[in-house]
Write a protein that binds this ligand. Structure first.
Ligand SMILES: [Zn+2]
Length: 94
């Protein structure tokens, strides 16, 4: 398979300001974390929203996102060397 290589480092990192609440459930009291608009595994830190998703919503989203990234496009991601937090951890410990 032939694919064009995309240098993710060539793109500006855009971090949108916090909306002040969870973008999924609207809760403004719970601690929130950064939400990647484009999943990290598909675009690293190209576009994210700071302080935008609560822990409970993050669990729901991660479950869906991981299922998609591993089961549906996992082999493709591996073949093209897509960004991976797991890969980053392995590189740090090596
Ligand atoms: Zn939420």
């Amino acid at each position: 398979m032939k694919s064009d290589e995309i240098d993710l480092d060539a793109y500006a990192r855009t971090k949108l300001p916090s909306p002040g609440l969870c973008i999924y459930c609207g809760n403004d009291k719970l601690k929130r974390s950064e939400e990647h608009v484009i999943p990290y595994a598909m675009g690293a830190d190209v576009l994210s929203i700071l302080d935008a998703s609560c822990g409970e919503c993050q669990k729901i989203i991660n479950k869906y996102e991981q299922g998609f990234l591993i089961n549906q496009i996992g082999p493709f991601r591996g073949a093209i060397g897509a960004p991976s937090r797991t890969q980053k951890k392995k590189e740090k410990t090596a």
